[in-house]
Design a protein around this ligand. Structure first.
Ligand code: BG6
Length: 657
């Protein structure tokens, strides 16, 4: 780590309007590419709309494409209509912004082009009375980073008054050696405190809030250690596949694409020690220390603590491929060994976390989209409840919902009203959308804004990046050297079963958070309001079924329904013939539960399965509290199952169909 100047964020009194960004010329390399139109320009536009962009600002785009300032402005004016994130478009704000956009074609190897860029930056600086500040943004492939740094240096961009800062897009290196080399190249002519390495997760409000939450709420910090926390799970599930980015992804994989950067950043925020202050280096020092304390695995440890996966195609009941597997994606090697899923248990070898398992899991083409961090506390002793109907006390959990639902939730036990002592998990939930005006930001606004103030808190530092690669490297080495049994999970599932075994060996399970989005995919819940759905989610009880086990017998009274979380169940007729196979995300048993009638078929587990059960009593109780939802269920029952259900039946009263 190099010595760095400590920068304070601008002091903003409580009731003051935020000051505008610092004046600067923003010189974007790669300005004709995707990032500029999708994120950077919409972010600048958001800042302008909110009065946060300095009037003394100009943008100079540079790229290989032979555009003119006029064509660049015209393109951006088209694109902003598509990519802006606000409810309405403010033409006047845009006009005022776009007239400050300029463009010069530039081959990055051509020093003359840098001379011209310097001249243009000087002209814009004088025209807008900027005072010499230049923000360079490298929105290019990483192979250009070193070259760009060198050319800027040679062209004399470092000279003159004002600050000069470089924002570097990810990925920063593809392994430890390349990251070390890249740091060397970038720092050959520039100082560490001029380099701002982007990790867009740090621009997310919910990620920034991890720090605010931990250090502004006295009640949690005393519990934040191995004495009270049983385990922590970081889950980043993506429902999307590689979305046409096979060329890039096939040389990356989920470890490089998500874990080594975004997930390790969240890990560092959640587990780091208390910094001396909120100054950027105080925070980044603690993050670096934390990442340096993550155990670097031996090959044996990789084999034991890490699993990888790759999605296969989605096939319909007749075995026809509905959507391709990873190896059939465009620009992907048909024999690819690249992982699209990984799950790992990490160890943080320090005083605070020794022995606390830290589980990370991420993948593409999974059943749901959702990023959550689950902090599971040690359970209360069971002994007191021996003589009560309570069979098991659940753990308290603190859940950070990062996206798409944004919020924080505490789960605890409460007594179910009634004459006997029975418990049910309940929650207290804070939703960003309820408490604050929902953020319309892309995440890049705060990064551009804080970089203009020299505040590097939201950027990664060289030593941090290297520490993260040090942890990831043995995994990559081990995977390269060992064969992969791919594909090993189906598109749209919860990932490979090996991930279950990984955590199952520790006597734990992944805490699957069903979100409103997931529940809404289930027909009968699709019109549920957030409160109703959150009650249902809490009432769901995890159940495990071994292959061949019978989930329900034909003729049994229907007392619960199941969501298949992972695995396959089959509906069989009286001769044992399979009528239908259900898999991740499907529901079974809902009709008999709704109308309280005998099951019409037998259902058994085709594979080992994880299920979520919702019993009729809980369902009816929740429905009694939300009677307005009864109408929607009766409607769905009619439309979908052709059943006439009376509200009383739904509420668990006498069956009347
Ligand atoms: C990017 C990855 O960094 O992050 C993508 O390259 C991934 O593969 C994306 O989909 C996820 O970001 P977000 O903000 O949608 O969680």
């Amino acid at each position: 780590m190099s010595s760095q100047t400590t920068v304070r964020r601008p002091y903003v009194p409580d009731d003051a309007v935020n000051p505008t960004s610092q004046p600067c010329v923003m010189l974007i390399f790669g300005a004709s590419g995707d990032l500029t139109k999708r994120l950077l320009v919409p972010a600048l536009y958001n800042l302008a709309c909110d009065g946060l962009l300095s009037d003394r600002f100009a943008l100079l785009g540079a790229a290989m494409d032979e555009l003119t300032t006029d064509t660049f402005r015209a393109r951006m004016s088209e694109d902003i209509k598509k990519f802006h994130t606000r409810h309405t478009f403010d033409q006047a704000v845009w006009d005022n912004l776009v007239r400050r956009f300029h463009y010069l074609p530039a081959g990055f190897a051509d020093l003359n082009a840098f001379g011209k860029l310097k001249g243009e930056v000087g002209r814009l600086d004088a025209e807008h009375k900027i005072g010499g500040n230049v923000l360079f943004y490298f929105a290019t492939a990483p192979r250009f980073f070193g070259l760009l740094c060198e050319q800027l240096h040679k062209a004399g961009f470092k000279d003159g008054p004002g600050w000069k800062r470089i924002i570097v897009e990810k990925p920063f290196g593809t392994d430890l050696a390349s990251a070390l080399q890249l740091n060397k190249d970038v720092l050959a002519h520039w100082h560490e405190d001029q380099i701002y390495r982007v990790d867009h997760y740090l621009g997310k409000e919910t990620v920034q809030n991890l720090l605010a939450f931990r250090f502004s709420n006295g009640m949690f910090e005393p519990l934040w250690n191995k004495h009270f926390i049983d385990n922590i799970q970081f889950n980043v599930s993506e429902a999307v596949d590689v979305e046409g980015r096979g060329g890039y992804y096939d040389s990356a994989g989920v470890l490089r694409d998500m874990m080594q950067n975004h997930m390790f950043q969240m890990l560092a925020y959640l587990c780091m020690e208390v910094p001396g202050s909120f100054e950027s280096n105080a925070i980044r020092n603690e993050k670096a220390k934390l990442l340096e304390a993550v155990r670097v695995y031996t090959p044996e440890e990789v084999a034991r603590y890490v699993v990888r996966g790759q999605y296969g195609p989605e096939v319909d009941d007749k075995g026809k491929v509905v959507r391709p597997g990873y190896r059939q994606e465009k620009d992907v090697d048909p024999q690819s060994k690249t992982e699209t899923f990984a799950a790992a248990r990490f160890h943080i070898d320090n005083w605070r976390w020794e022995g606390v398992p830290i589980y990370l899991r991420s993948g593409k083409a999974l059943w749901k989209r959702g990023t959550e961090i689950i902090v599971e506390f040690k359970k209360a002793p069971q002994v007191l409840f021996r003589s009560t109907p309570v069979r098991e006390i659940g753990a308290n959990r603190l859940i950070f919902h990062i996206q798409p639902y944004q919020g924080i939730e505490v789960q605890f036990q409460a007594k179910i009203p009634g004459p006997t002592l029975q418990l049910q998990p309940v929650n207290m939930r804070f939703g960003y959308g309820d408490a604050f005006k929902a953020s319309r930001y892309t995440g890049y606004e705060v990064m551009i804004y804080s970089c203009s103030y020299g505040d590097a808190t939201l950027f990664s530092r060289g030593d941090l990046v290297e520490a993260a690669w040090r942890v990831a490297q043995p995994l990559m080495d081990y995977w390269k050297a060992t064969p992969a049994d791919f594909p090993n999970y189906a598109r749209g599932s919860w990932g490979p079963t090996a991930a279950e075994d990984l955590i199952g060996r520790d006597g734990r399970r992944w805490f699957e958070l069903l979100t409103d989005d997931v529940l809404k995919k289930i027909e009968i819940f699709k019109d549920g309001d957030p409160l109703f759905l959150s009650q249902i989610i809490l009432a769901l009880r995890p159940e495990v079924m071994a292959r061949g086990e019978i989930l329900m017998h034909k003729g049994d009274m229907g007392r619960e329904m199941y969501v298949v979380v992972r695995g396959e169940v089959e509906v069989v007729d009286e001769h044992g013939g399979v009528v239908k196979t259900l898999k991740d995300g499907d529901v079974v048993g809902e009709i008999a539960m709704l109308i309280h009638t005998p099951r019409t078929a037998t259902v058994r587990a085709k594979t080992n399965c994880d299920l979520m059960a919702l019993d009729k009593a809980s369902f009816s109780r929740i429905l009694r509290d939300h009677p307005q939802f009864g109408d929607s269920i009766t409607r769905v029952a009619k439309e979908r199952y052709n059943l006439e259900i009376l509200l009383e039946t739904l509420l668990g009263e006498a069956p009347r169909v």
